[in-house]
Write a new protein. Structure first.
Ligand code: GDP
Length: 447
């Protein structure tokens, strides 16, 4: 979506900083230009782009990187923090009983999103209900009822009534058993006064815990004005971006998020009720910047890791938290990955291996990578415990010995050591960020 291009171009400009310890103004300018180019081409509002790039530039030049941090990591951390700030640094929708009001123009995807969100809450063990108040669009009632049916959630609507506020009031009573009530409202083709007046009345009637603005990913510069108006009338707590399965880049939705000071709540990517995911800011941005989506990865890794650990009681993933990411840990990760199935799907989510690397590989490159993994395993089998615990002791002579013992070559041994220090650095970076993602992931895997 919106940020795919940004991710790719950012990663390549960050790579030019590899090995540098100090940043000069030219480096920063180059990166900031890259960010501006990608955001503008994704339709993000110009003044927002300028604000964002200004603060990245200022921080990159003024903030003193903590000792031992490379220039690349310093910039990466700043870009990460600024981007997370932009998309909203907290999850807009807690998993708890609540009433949610949906606002947006006609065709933005409100009715579809209402059913999708209800389905999503039902998979989390909450009992949702959809209340359809749209009396304006013919067919809205039938569509909402059908979708609620497909999502297997409670539904309230009244095809014969013509007062949306009345329907809302009765709907709230009729769905008193539900934990999460999602109130769908009518849209218009444009923001008209009567639309605003109607939604304000519904808002007063249902007194929602949260109001979400539903936006089609294809919306461009119009997003700002729309967001401002809804924000003024009912207050917007989060944005649902729909139709991300299309070609649209979604930049306008980011503008809306910024305009309302809210965050992205859900992403919709298809016409069926299951085509929805809850937006996870830190994971999304990490993945974008090629740092790997630790949260998503942790879910998939969890089981594989547990299986691996059951075979080896001495290995404690918590050790990685202490900053000791040894080759043994890396070997365990590789073992676990082998259990997870298609490598290319998993690779993208691994810190240090992820992101751009996969985009640049031809399709058949996966076999080579799989082959390289097998070589890495043989190399590690030829290493002593001391070397596995502390790879820094491996100098030229040991490299030669290990290459011979494993039937590989010295270059591959060096690649393995490089790969390990790259992963080690990534893990340290996450520890430094204090996001807690790594801790949570390790706890999960350890548990
Ligand atoms: P509303 O007028 O805001 O209630 O919009 P609807 O929910 O009726 O959606 C308008 C059209 O967009 C319908 O044809 C939906 O099937 C379609 N739609 C909604 N969300 C998505 C999505 O995430 N992906 C795709 N491809 N179509 C969507």
């Amino acid at each position: 979506m919106v940020l795919d291009d940004l991710g790719t171009s950012l990663r390549s400009s960050l790579d030019t900083l590899q090995g540098k310890t100090r940043l000069d103004e030219d480096d920063v300018e180059e990166i900031v230009k890259e960010i501006q180019r990608s955001l503008l081409s994704a339709d993000v509002d110009v003044s927002l782009v300028m604000d964002l790039s200004d603060s990245i530039e200022t921080r990159a030049l003024e903030e003193e990187p903590p000792g031992g941090t490379t220039a690349r990591d310093h910039v990466l951390k700043i870009v990460y923090e600024e981007m997370v700030e932009l998309v909203g640094d907290s999850t807009a929708l807690p998993l708890e009983p609540q009433t949610i009001l949906l606002a947006g123009l006609q065709g933005s995807g409100k009715t579809t999103s209402a059913a999708k969100m209800a389905w999503w809450f039902s998979t989390k063990g909450l009992r949702p209900a959809v209340i359809q108040t749209d009396t304006f669009r013919p067919g809205a009632y039938d569509q909402a009822e059908q979708m609620a049916d497909r999502a297997e959630v409670d539904f309230y609507g009244d095809p014969d009534a013509d007062d949306p506020v009345e329907i809302a009031r009765e709907g709230m009573e009729a769905t008193a058993d539900a934990d999460v009530r999602i109130v769908d409202t009518a849209g218009r083709h444009a923001l008209e006064d009567d639309l605003i007046a109607e939604i304000e009345e519904i808002e007063r009637e249902v007194d929602p815990d949260r109001s979400l603005l539903v936006l089609d990913a294809a919306i461009g510069q119009g997003a700002k004005e729309q967001a401002r108006q809804f924000e003024e009338s009912i207050g917007i707590d989060g944005v649902v971006i729909t139709k991300l399965d299309g070609t649209a880049k979604g930049g306008g939705a980011l503008t809306a998020v910024n305009e309302t000071g809210s965050s992205i709540a859900f992403l919709g990517s298809g016409e069926t009720v299951q085509d929805i995911e809850r937006f996870e800011p830190s994971g999304f941005i990490s993945r974008l910047l090629g740092m790997g989506d630790l949260k998503q990865l942790s879910e998939r890794v969890e089981r594989a890791m547990q299986e691996t650990q059951e075979e080896d009681d001495d290995w404690d993933p918590e050790d990685m938290l202490e900053g000791n990411f040894t080759l043994k840990d890396m070997k365990k990760q590789m073992d676990a990955m082998n259990r997870m199935g298609p490598l290319d799907q998993v690779m993208d989510m691994i810190p240090g291996l992820g992101g751009g690397m996969m985009d640049q590989l031809p399709d058949d490159a996966m076999d080579v990578t799989q082959d390289r993994m097998r070589k890495f395993e043989r190399i590690m089998d030829s290493m002593t415990d001391e070397e596995l615990e502390n790879p820094r002791v491996v100098g030229q002579e040991r490299t030669r010995r290990i290459a011979r013992g494993s039937g590989t070559d010295e270059e591959t041994v060096r690649q393995l050591l490089e790969q390990h220090s790259m992963m080690e650095r990534t893990i340290e970076q996450f520890q430094g960020m204090g996001e807690g993602d790594m801790q949570r992931m390790m706890k999960k895997m350890g548990g």
